[in-house]
Structure formats: structure tokens, C-alpha cells
Design a protein around this ligand. Sequence first.
Ligand code: AHR
Length: 504
Amino acid sequence: MKKAKIILDHDYTIAKIDPRIYGSFIEHLGRAVYGGIYEPGHPEADELGFRKDVMSFVSKLNVPIVRYPGGNFVSGFDWEDSVGPVEQRPSRLDLAWFTRESNAVGLHEFHRWAKKANSDVMYAVNLGTRGADAARNIVEYCNHPGGSYYSDMRIKNGAKEPFNIKLWCLGNEMDGPWQMCHKTAYEYGRVANEAAKMMKWVDPSIELVACGSSNTAMPTFGSWEMQVLDECYDNVDYISLHQYYGNPTQDTPGFLARSMDMDDFIHTVVSICDAIKGKKHSKKTLNLSFDEWNVWYHSNEQDQEIWKQDKWNNALPLLEDIYNFEDALLVGSMLMTFIRNADRVKIACLAQLVNVIAPIMTRNGGGCWAQTIFYPFMHASVHGRGTSLRALVDSPVYDCVDFEKVPYIDAAATQADDGSVTVFCVNRHMDEDFALDIALKDFGKMRLAEHILLHHDDVKAVNTEDNPDNVAPTAGPGGVIDGDVATIKIPALSWNVLRFEKLS
Ligand code: AHR
């Protein structure tokens, strides 16, 4: 058996983990809303038409924020269409996804759904076809107590209490030519700055996320962040990062190493933020909102076929990636990347939540089930709270097409407020188990309370409505503790959650 080692010390911490790194995303796209969270007439629908079976899966993920309503969708969206009596709301063409938006679910309905899910809304404003004026008006609609045009409109529409939405995205992926009213960095930086000023004048308690790059392959990546932040640094609180990975060449070791690219991405953006801070002699440190991330590639061809046959319909089954076991491993490594960067990544949104590149799937009129990626997300969200610990990992490494010295053992560790320690770990080795020594220094006497394991012999194994537990967590082999060193067996190609509790 191969060997690796992790050293944890009670006093070596990275930062408090912001729970919002376990956020997610619902866009008016495909069957995320219609046929996903909302399906009136379904046997599981509640009085508002929201599916209770979907809600119970969402609740298990313990998602503190949900980004809404887009995504690319938001860059052509008039928020005013989504409020007021449902029967009077217009049906619009959505040029982002070539579908039709009925607006049957709008701001009030989504806010109620989010409350039921115990989540806060992270609302994206349209800085594509709209601008600063529409942005400040929706802040007034949502957050002003009353006695003004838009706040009174909210009250008339049935919400006496303000929604108090605290976190806002200043548009979406404005660096991308696919975006409605795509902008240069200077154009976007200017409008983001003006919108930010006006939104904060309406409600100074809000926080704002400026658009960073859509991914690391964008030709403007780096210069975009510099120029945008040069314009709006003083008035925004976060810069966004988006990144999706795929495995079209079926190279599992290379695919599993992609989280190293994510780590580089984070460090590059942190450096740019700090360079602008220096340039501006600012006292403010800008943090990161990784508000779209996931694996996304399985559904690409299917989407082209759908559009060939059926444009402009409501709720086309778009971006319905069926996730396999290796996708769950990479999602686990991406989550650990956020935990290890908890000092600067304060928000992250798994894109998305239901049906659209999502951990939760539904069939219209039918069942609801968890995809493979559901599990690492749930484990990290439930057990990865508290303080991020600096895990010193000593592991054998491998080389692959895009990366050198990829550690077989990828790990992160957290300490909860009750003193318990959780070690998350992916074994990237295709066929070797590891004996992993974990030194727990200065934590007092600990016991291994639980070893949760996600493994399947077939990296391409998936979950379906008929076989929903094909890839599901089981109890791991565990190990022994000798003094302050635990030795745990970590099977080849596996996601592991090791929960240590204090012995009283
Ligand atoms: O999440 C799907 C899409 O990916 C979003 O609409 C867009 O922001 C990104 O390109």
C-alpha cells in the first residue's frame, strides 16, 4: 500500500470559513425553475407550486445563499416583468438560451422559495441591456421599507416587509461575447462603478460583486480584472470568478488534476486585487466570489440538437449533465480548494442546483434524485464549517498533460466550533490504496467518529431515477489511532470524510 502523511496543528489555521462558500445557483434556464423547483400540479407540489421532494433534497445540501435569476439570462431580463399579478406578467423571448420565459415564477415567489430552503437570495442585476437606473430601482423595490415608488409597489404586490437582499451581483460574465450587451473592461468597469454607487446610496448595508473573468481561457483574463477594478475598486466588495471543467478526452488523471488550475486562478485574482489595492493606496482588501463552478460538458451536444429542433419553448431540457463518479471526485477537490483558500474566497456558488448542471435531478411529473456530485457537496457543506486548518500534505505525485507534480492525496481540513476536526481527502490514484497518516497536533485526545467513503469501481458510473443509489456514500474502512497519529486506509479513486471528535 502506498503511504502519505498529513500534519495538522491546532494553531495552524487559514481563516474562519464563510458559510457562503457553500452557495448555489438557480437561473431561469432549462428546467431549473419550471419542472425543477416549481411544478404546479405535481403530486409533491405545495400550495405555491413548489415541489416538496425537491425541497427536501435542497435542504440536505444546507445551502446558505442561492444566486438568482442568472447567469446569461439576466443580461436581457427586465426585473419589472417578474413582479405583480402573475396573469399580467409578459412572456418574453430569452436570447441567452433561445427559450421563452413566462415569468410565472418571479421575485416574490423565488424569495418565498428561498426562505423555505433556509437560504438567502444573492440577486444579479442586469448590466447588459439595462444599467445603473434599473439596478438602483430593484434595490429600492427589495430593501426600502416603504413610502417610495418602488417600495410601495412591493407592498402593493403583497410583501409588506422588505426582502432585505444583502448580496448583489453587478451583472454576469460581461467579458463574454456571448453576453447580451457584452462590454469592454473599461465600459463594464464604469457602469459597475456607477451602479454600485447608486445601489449603495439606496441601501448602504448591501454588498456587491463585480464581474471578473468567465474562465481562465478568456483572452482578456487578467487585464479584465485589472481594468475593471481600476474603475470600481472603491465601491465593490468582491470580484467574481467562474470556471467549469470537462473531460472530453477521457483522461481521468488529467481531469482530476483540474482543481490545481482552479487554485492558480484564485491566486492570480488575489494578486490582481492586491496590486490594485496597492496602486490605489486603499485600506480595503477585496475578496473573491467564485459564483459559478462545476463540471460541465456532458450535455453540450444534446443542447445543440435541442436547439435545432425546438427553439423558443418554455423550459427546454438544457444543460442536463448526467454526472458520473469521477465528476464527484473533481467536485470534491474543487470544494477543498475553496476550504484551503478560505482567507480570500468568501462566496462560492455551485452552478447550478436543480436539473441544469445540477446535483439534483427531477423528471416532470415523476421523481427526484441525487446525482453523484450531490454527495461531496453535502459533506463539505454539512461538515466543512468553522475554521480552515492548514493541512501540510506529503504525498507521492504524478505528471499529466497539463500539470506536473499532482499529489495523489488531495486534502483539506476544518475544525468546528465544538472542537471536532474533519479531514476531507480525495485519492487520485487509479488503482493504489493509501495508508494515510494524519498527525493531529495539540488537539487533545481524539477518536475517529466516522469515515464516510464515496467510491465506485467504474469511474463512469451514474445515478438515475431507477438506480438512484448506484453511487452513494458508505462507511469507509477507517483505521487506528496511536497517540496523536491516525492511520487511515484511503481506497484508490475515492472521496473521504474523516470526522474526529474530542475524547472527553
Ligand atoms: O451556469 C450556466 C451558464 O454558465 C451561466 O448562465 C453563465 O453565467 C455561464 O456561462
